[in-house]
Design a protein around this ligand. Structure first.
Ligand SMILES: Cc1cc2nc3c(=O)[nH]c(=O)nc-3n(C[C@H](O)[C@H](O)[C@H](O)COP(=O)(O)OP(=O)(O)OC[C@H]3O[C@@H](n4cnc5c(N)ncnc54)[C@H](O)[C@@H]3O)c2cc1C
Length: 451
């Protein structure tokens, strides 16, 4: 008889959720995690005495969000911050034009309405796109259409919108615009405000995993399916179970980090191949004093002045010190990983200086390199050209009724998010239990701490 009912691989949001639900249902569960901590891509650095979220920061839209319901039930405090998804407006943004000049409120307003107009044109092009079209192709067609209008915008404005689209794909998907499928931003709608976590986002998976049988520093390298269930090999020995839930990131699956025996069938191996794993890195700079305006959520440089570094988010509310967060995503994200911390900081500070003149040198910095992390190998999944929405859910399996996959990449309605990871963990548990689970009871159990 196998040692466990279920082995769960990976103690991020998806794995912790699945393991917790199954344990609460009375199963014998072990949660195997390669790192020395739980949380995966929800990773809060508290070394400086305040939390810095190096992975996920936001709930992107709290309306009709089971994740928000959970956060509320657990009494975890949040701060409203509604430009976490790449929007042209919505909250005060200090915009700078292509020459690095601060735009007036009226100019910003015009910019927001021009982007909205271009977005409507892109939506029309997506609706009439053919399989295989990239997001770059549909946006180019939309911009061509705008150029042909009788009262066309001047070409510089069109170029700024082109850059904006490129940057949006980089920030939302971690990918170059020409690698994203035309439908790659379909699930990107935000319902309601966005929020961030002043105590650090990893509180959530940490509390979910509290009291579970978690084995840290266990690197899984092989999953075997047999007549008696599954055998999961780690660098510290083997575990046997009736079923297994694998929640390692798509980057690890793509790299063949776990050998599956027998090999995965095409309906799961195909999506692993076709979906993309994006790169999205964070750079936090903390300054001795504030040099940007009070009350702005974000600083954004358009056109040429924002070719590389273009958006900075004021996250001072978390530490109480003047702090800006910027991102390096897609091709810039990959290139940035080859630079030293000093080189990155100098480059970002130079870009900020071109907008604000003399700025003080930052006195602290946090820089991520997620694509070099062997337990992620990228930041989150995206709809690479040639893949389809159905690939996300197909990736969840199950295979032979015993091998389940969960994690953000397996949740087609909301991939690349904590909400998607959470939902996928719930789905895996429901499939194993063969019945729906009660999320109110789940939240109540987590609130009272420990399984
Ligand atoms: C920089 C960054 C910013 C982000 N910002 C946001 C945001 O603001 N909002 C949002 O909703 N989402 C955001 N995301 C995405 C979000 O973090 C993820 O979608 C979510 O945390 C994924 O959870 P998961 O359980 O699927 O995977 P993970 O959290 O990656 O968990 C998988 C676990 O598997 C472990 N593992 C890997 N290989 C092995 C192995 N061989 N053996 C054992 N264990 C292994 C890993 O160590 C990890 O703990 C961001 C991601 C990044 C990188």
């Amino acid at each position: 008889m196998p040692e466990f009912d279920t082995v769960v691989v990976g103690a991020g949001m998806a794995g912790a959720t699945a393991a917790r639900l199954l344990t609460d249902a009375g199963q014998r569960v072990v949660l195997l995690e390669a790192r020395t901590r739980v949380g995966g891509r929800m990773h809060t650095d508290r070394a400086a005495g305040f939390p810095v979220d190096l992975g996920a920061s936001w709930i992107h839209g709290i309306e009709r969000s089971p994740l928000w319901d959970l956060v509320q039930a657990l009494g975890i405090p949040t701060v409203e911050f509604t430009v976490g998804s790449f929007q042209a407006g919505g909250r005060p943004i200090a915009d700078f034009d292509g020459t690095g000049r601060r735009m007036s409120a009226a100019e910003s307003e015009r910019w927001v309405s021009e982007v909205a107009m271009a977005d409507r044109a892109v939506e029309r092009e997506i609706a009439r796109s053919s399989p295989g079209d990239t997001y770059r192709e549909v946006t180019e067609r939309a911009l061509d259409g705008l150029e042909r209008l009788e009262d066309a915008m001047d070409p510089e404005r069109i170029d700024e919108i082109r850059e904006f689209f490129r940057h949006r794909v980089e920030e939302q998907c971690g990918a170059w615009i020409g690698d994203l499928d035309a439908h790659g931003l379909d699930e990107d709608a935000i319902d309601g405000d966005e929020v961030i976590f002043p105590r650090g986002y990893d509180e959530l998976p940490t509390r979910i995993a509290a009291g579970l049988d978690v084995r840290l520093s266990h690197v899984v390298n092989r999953v075997e399916r047999g007549a008696d269930g599954v055998r999961v090999d780690t660098d510290r020995g083997a575990f046997t179970a009736e079923q297994v839930v694998v929640t390692v990131p798509l980057g690890v699956l793509k790299a063949g980090g776990i050998v599956f025996d027998p090999p995965l069938p095409d309906d799961v191996a195909g999506p692993i191949d076709r979906l993309g794993m994006g790169i999205f890195n964070k750079i936090f700079l903390q300054f001795p004093e504030r040099f940007w305006e009070e009350g702005v959520y974000a600083i954004r440089a358009l056109g040429e002045s924002g070719e590389h570094w273009h958006s900075w988010y004021d996250v001072s509310a978390i530490s109480g010190r003047p702090t800006l967060l910027t991102f390096a995503a897609g091709p810039l994200g990959r290139r940035m990983q080859t630079l030293s911390d000093d080189e990155v900081v100098r480059d970002v500070a130079r870009a900020l200086g071109s907008l604000y003149g003399d700025i003080p040198a930052p006195d602290a910095q946090w820089i991520t390199r997620w694509a070099q992390d062997p337990y992620t190998l990228g930041s989150y999944s995206y709809l690479a050209n040639g893949s389809s929405h159905a690939d996300h859910d197909a990736l969840s399996g199950p295979v032979d009724g015993v091998l389940h996959f969960a994690g953000e990449a397996t949740w087609g309605a909301e991939p690349a998010t904590v909400g998607g990871a959470y939902a996928s963990g719930v789905r895996a548990a429901e499939r194993i239990l063969g019945r729906p689970v009660d999320l109110t009871a789940f939240a109540e159990g987590v609130r009272h701490g420990g399984a």
